[in-house]
Each structure stands twice: as structure tokens, then as C-alpha cells.
Ligand binder design. Structure first.
Ligand SMILES: Cc1cc2nc3c(=O)[nH]c(=O)nc-3n(C[C@H](O)[C@H](O)[C@H](O)COP(=O)(O)O)c2cc1C
Length: 199
């Protein structure tokens, strides 16, 4: 069956070869990210996901400061590889930092005590959906991206440098930019091992 949306899902890949020349304007990129997150579902429609959208120098600064944090913990002899990886993210046009607003989670836990244990999990799932929505929307616009996780190592640095409040808990980082190479091969497991269909 032909499906436009599945074609779009296929188009979304992890792009590690990023450049600075976006095929759309910064304003349009911002709007795309905002709209994608707005339309992503969340448990109880709590809208617990937050984002810091960093362009240009701000994105580069984020990866520079991340490098400094990693330098403190990565053995010197292995740092060249780490540095090269971070430089490839900094080579992009921007980075989206995804957060969960823990105040929203706490509020829901108080309001609906019966589901208290579920709310942090649902906030994570909702954040993942927001990430997927943005990643796919960017891919549709010809913008490449990947998903990274340098939290919690960089949390304090992000709070200090961009004045992010303590209730915004960093969950993922998405460097994005122009597609400078074809994405790598992707393998898929057999459907038989993955799905059970009845009826
Ligand atoms: C929850 C989640 C966490 C991920 N974490 C990372 C990560 O920390 N670094 C990274 O390079 N890719 C990360 N990825 C990307 C996956 O490795 C990638 O999506 C997967 O290999 C399939 O490739 P594709 O994105 O090209 O379809 C993550 C993906 C998901 C869904």
C-alpha cells in the first residue's frame, strides 16, 4: 500500500554529515519545530515537553561547552574521537534541546494520585513522540538531524548558559543542518519476530 506518511518516515534518518546551509529559512525552521511539537500527543494532553532551539553561534557554543564537560571525564588518549564526533554536530546549522517540565509531571501526580507512577514514564514517551514529530518534519523539509544524549553531563552547563529553569529536565539533543552525505545503510529485523497478528 502506498502511504505518504510512511514515505516520510522512511525519509527521516540519522544524519551525521551536517552542514550549515539550511534549505529553508531560520524562521521557517523555528515554525516547523514549534508546530511539530504542538501537534505531538502527550498523556492527559499535559504538553510536558519543552525545547530550546539553538541556531548558529548558540548551537556551536553548546557543542563547545559539551566538549569541555566531556574533556573532564574522557581519557585524554580517547578524546580525539569524541572531539571529532562533537565537531560533526557543531558543523550543523542548529540544535534542538528537548526537556520535560517536571513541574507539570509533579502537578499531575498530585492531581491524579492513582497514576502517580505513570506520569514520569508518560512524560518520557510524550517527549519521544515530540522528538519524532520534529525529526520527521525536518526531514520532510530537507533538513538532516540526529538524536544525541549528553544529559545529564551537560544539564548544569545548559541551565547556567541559557538561563533554563530547574524544572526543565534535559532529555535529548538534536543537531540539525543541511544533508551533506547519504545516510548509512539501515537493516531491519524480520516482521515474523516482531509482530503477531490475529484475526
Ligand atoms: C530513544 C533513542 C535514543 C537514541 N540515542 C542516540 C544517541 O544517543 N546517539 C546517536 O547517534 N543516535 C541515537 N539514536 C538514533 C538511533 O541509533 C537510530 O535512530 C537508529 O539506529 C535507526 O537509524 P535511523 O535513525 O537512521 O532510522 C537514538 C534513537 C532513539 C529512538
Amino acid at each position: 500500500m502506498n502511504s505518504q506518511v510512511i514515505s516520510l518516515y522512511k525519509k527521516r534518518r540519522s544524519q551525521y554529515a551536517l552542514g550549515k546551509q539550511l534549505p529553508i529559512s531560520q524562521e521557517d525552521t523555528t515554525q516547523l519545530i514549534k508546530h511539530a511539537m504542538r501537534e505531538a500527543p502527550s498523556a492527559f494532553n499535559a504538553q510536558s515537553s519543552r525545547a530550546l532551539i539553538l541556531f548558529g553561534d548558540h548551537s556551536q557554543k553548546f557543542w563547545e561547552l559539551t566538549k569541555e564537560e566531556l574533556r573532564k571525564i574522557v581519557p585524554a588518549e580517547g578524546f580525539a574521537a569524541t572531539e571529532a564526533k562533537l565537531n560533526s554536530f557543531a558543523a550543523g546549522a542548529g540544535t534542538v534541546l528537548y526537556f520535560v517540565d517536571t513541574d507539570v509531571v509533579k502537578g499531575l501526580q498530585e492531581q491524579f494520585a492513582l497514576y502517580a507512577d505513570n506520569f514520569p514514564v508518560w512524560a518520557e514517551q510524550s517527549n519521544g513522540m515530540a522528538q519524532f514529530a520534529v525529526w520527521t518534519a525536518l526531514a520532510d523539509a530537507g533538513v538532516g538531524a540526529s538524536l544525541q544524549h549528553y544529559n545529564p553531563l551537560v544539564d548544569e552547563m545548559v541551565r547556567k548558559h541559557w538561563g533554563v529553569s530547574g524544572n526543565w529536565q534535559l532529555r535529548a539533543q538534536m543537531p540539525f543542518g543541511s544533508n551533506e552525505a547519504a545516510p548509512g545503510e539501515k537493516t531491519f529485523m524480520e516482521d515474523e519476530a516482531r509482530f503477531k497478528v490475529f484475526g
